[in-house]
Write a protein that binds this ligand. Structure first.
Ligand SMILES: [Zn+2]
Length: 148
C-alpha cells in the first residue's frame, strides 16, 4: 500500500485500534467519524494514499461505487435516514476520503442540505456510543445481503 508518513489518515490506518471500523476491503476502510455526534456518520477512506478518484485504479473506482451503495444502504437500515449526504473535499487531509452522513428528522432544519457544512464537530460522540453504533452496523452488514 502506498502510504505517506505525514498523512493523518495513513497514520491512523496503521496505528489506531479498530473499534470504529465497520469494514475493510482491499482498497477501502469504512469507519465511524469521531468528529461528530451524528450516529451513523461514516467515512470511507482509501487504503492507498491518493488525493481523489483520478488517482484510483479502474478496479478501485468500481469497488468504490459498489461500496458507497452498500454503506448508504447500511446507514438507511440503521436509522431510516431521509437523505444521505456524501462529499469529499480533500483540503484538510489530502487523502481520498468520503463523508457519508445520515440526515434524519432529528437534524435541525438549519443544518440540512448545504447547512451540514456548518454542523458543529464538537462535542463528538462518547466512545461507548460510537462503539455501540459500530456494533449495530457490523451486525447489519453480517445479517444483510450486503457483501463488501
Ligand atoms: Zn494518506
Amino acid at each position: 500500500m502506498t502510504k505517506d508518513a505525514q498523512c493523518l489518515i495513513c497514520k491512523r490506518q496503521e496505528e489506531e485500534p479498530e473499534r470504529d471500523i465497520i469494514l475493510r476491503t482491499d482498497a477501502f476502510v469504512v469507519r465511524h467519524s469521531r468528529e461528530t455526534n451524528i450516529l451513523g456518520y461514516l467515512v470511507i477512506e482509501a487504503r492507498r494514499h491518493i488525493l481523489d478518484l483520478t488517482e484510483a485504479t479502474d478496479e478501485e473506482a468500481v469497488c468504490y461505487g459498489v461500496l458507497l451503495k452498500q454503506v448508504m444502504s447500511l446507514i438507511r437500515k440503521l436509522n431510516g435516514a431521509y437523505r444521505i449526504y456524501t462529499f469529499s473535499l480533500g483540503e484538510a487531509v489530502p487523502h481520498f476520503h468520503v463523508h457519508v452522513i445520515p440526515r434524519t428528522d432529528r437534524l435541525p432544519r438549519y443544518y440540512r442540505g448545504r447547512g451540514i457544512m456548518s454542523y458543529p464537530v464538537e462535542p463528538g460522540l462518547k466512545e461507548e456510543q460510537m462503539e455501540e453504533v459500530c456494533k449495530s452496523l457490523r451486525y447489519l452488514l453480517k445479517t444483510s445481503q450486503l457483501k463488501p
